[in-house]
Design a protein around this ligand. Structure first.
Ligand code: IMP
Ligand code: MG
Length: 178
């Protein structure tokens, strides 16, 4: 697997340090709230699991699955819900947990969809942010790392469902997807 990686962009230690920081901020900001973490499958699983462990206030978790990319590396603009929430979020303080925000199209859609369910608030946290590629205008409350426009894999992020289990964020060699 390592031979498909051009370069390690963010290593395990940098990631865990950053997640601790974000967890502390969330614990402080949501002390008096009814926090629910909503992970966007499957990319967010690593971030979700490690972030949740760094949050030391009561919270619940749910997951959604949406399709946007298929096996390609660019956004189709089409968002389809494959798995919806298990329970009501009415009155709750929702924090959407994402792996990476690229065009922002997926998140823009998801935020609107969740707001219609009458939660108290809807905010976003993402481990990685690619601001250069943004098409939809969205506010992200907690960002792990701003990253350049490379195709990244690892720590939940995939290419054609592979590389999610890498413990770091790496740049995928172009020859793998070209
Ligand atoms: P958006 O709608 O363009 O913001 O797409 C966001 C989704 O695209 C993320 O949740 C990822 O699943 C996927 N994605 C975007 N950039 C990358 C990347 O560099 N590597 C792997 N997946 C990516
Ligand atoms: Mg995703």
């Amino acid at each position: 697997m390592r031979e498909d990686i051009e370069k390690i962009l963010i290593d395990e230690e940098q990631i865990s340090k950053k997640i601790k920081e974000i967890g502390n901020n969330i614990s402080r900001d949501y002390k008096e709230k009814d926090l629910i973490l909503i992970g966007v499958l499957k990319g967010s699983v690593m971030y979700m699991a490690n972030l949740a462990k760094e949050i030391d206030i009561p919270c619940t978790m749910d997951f959604m699955s949406v399709s946007s990319y298929g096996n390609s590396t660019t956004s189709s603009g089409v968002v389809k819900i494959l798995k919806d929430l298990d329970a009501s979020i009415e009155g709750k303080d929702v924090l959407i947990v994402e792996d990476i925000i690229d065009s922002g199209i997926t998140l823009k859609y998801l935020q609107k969809y969740l707001r219609a369910k009458n939660p108290n608030s809807v905010e976003i946290t993402t481990l990685l942010n690619k601001p250069e590629r943004r098409k939809a205008d969205i506010y992200v409350k907690y960002v792990g790392f701003e990253v350049p426009d490379y195709f990244l894999v690892g720590y939940g992020l995939d290419y054609a469902e592979k590389y999610r289990n890498l413990p770091y964020i790496g740049i995928l060699k172009e020859e793998i997807y070209k």
